[in-house]
Design a protein around this ligand. Structure first.
Ligand SMILES: Nc1ncnc2c1ncn2[C@@H]1O[C@H](COP(=O)(O)OP(=O)(O)OP(=O)(O)O)[C@@H](O)[C@H]1O
Ligand SMILES: [Mg+2]
Length: 242
């Protein structure tokens, strides 16, 4: 069984389904990109994976078991989550921002220090930044700190929701490369929601296309790009031509 599996999962807001009867597995240790128009249910799906949203119906299996909503905090420690805008604590140094989950879970100090050095070098942040504060960093640097924070406990699953959307193309491209390098060194199951087809093509092994809360196509990147399953998938691709 893969780390993430949905069986007949639906979530309704009022009478309207944000996601409809979704059944799928995410391939372990690969990068899956979820694409689709605004409002198609991408963020809802991602938040169902980490238990931020308890779906109206169906079963969500993460790490081989149905999500236990009464003890979701424990599961969430094993799921990195990064969204647009980094959510860094402004009054805390970069080091302390990255260290947060390590301190909460009583990881020995020198293990935290070693892990932070490794992560900062992955994303090309100089060690001198540890004593700086978020306001002293550029948007791209802050986003990198956000990645380090999400990766501190080496979570087997990493979810990104439009995490790089606000970055300029050059910075975005650099972070993509860093993420791919990190994935090579520490393979994990990554699900990335993006509006940016270039980003999906650069990063993903698999692509899931959503429309109106349903999965219209899901397969290897090559398959989805070469054989769009419907006119709506093809139109989406064509309108965002590379
Ligand atoms: N808290 C909420 N209350 C009511 N409706 C919601 C809520 N959150 C999402 N929705 C609705 O559910 C649907 C799916 O939303 P979702 O945020 O998952 O879309 P999305 O694909 O991530 O869109 P975007 O690309 O704009 O981020 C939309 O119709 C949205 O209006
Ligand atoms: Mg969204």
């Amino acid at each position: 069984m893969s780390l993430i599996q949905f069986k007949n999962v639906s979530h309704y807001y009022g009478g309207k389904a944000a996601v409809k009867d979704l059944s799928f597995e995410i391939e372990d240790k690969k990068i899956t990109a979820i694409i689709g128009k605004s409002g198609s249910g991408k963020s809802t799906l991602l938040q169902i994976i980490n238990g931020l949203i308890k779906p109206t119906g169906g079963s969500v299996y993460v790490f081989g078991n149905p999500l236990d909503y009464s003890n979701i905090y424990k599961t969430r420690l094993k799921i990195g989550y990064s969204v647009q805008g980094t959510g860094l604590f402004p009054h805390m140094s970069i080091y302390n921002n990255i260290a947060v989950l390590g301190k909460i879970t009583n990881v020995p100090k020198h293990d935290i220090e070693r892990r932070i050095d490794t992560l900062m070098s992955f994303v090309n942040l100089p060690p001198s930044f540890k004593t700086k504060y978020p306001y002293q960093l550029s948007g791209g640097e802050q986003q990198r700190v956000g990645i380090c924070r999400a990766m501190l406990l080496d979570p087997p699953v990493f979810l990104l929701d439009e995490a790089f959307a606000a970055l300029d193309p050059e910075t975005k491209s650099e972070i993509h490369t860093e993420l791919l390098d990190m994935q090579k060194a520490e393979p994990r199951t990554i699900v990335i929601v993006t509006h940016d087809l270039n980003e999906a093509v650069k990063l993903a092994d698999n692509i899931m296309f959503m429309q109106d809360g349903e999965i219209k196509q899901y397969g290897s990147k090559k398959d989805v790009l070469n054989n769009p399953a419907s006119v709506s998938v093809k139109d989406y691709m064509d309108n965002r031509a590379l």
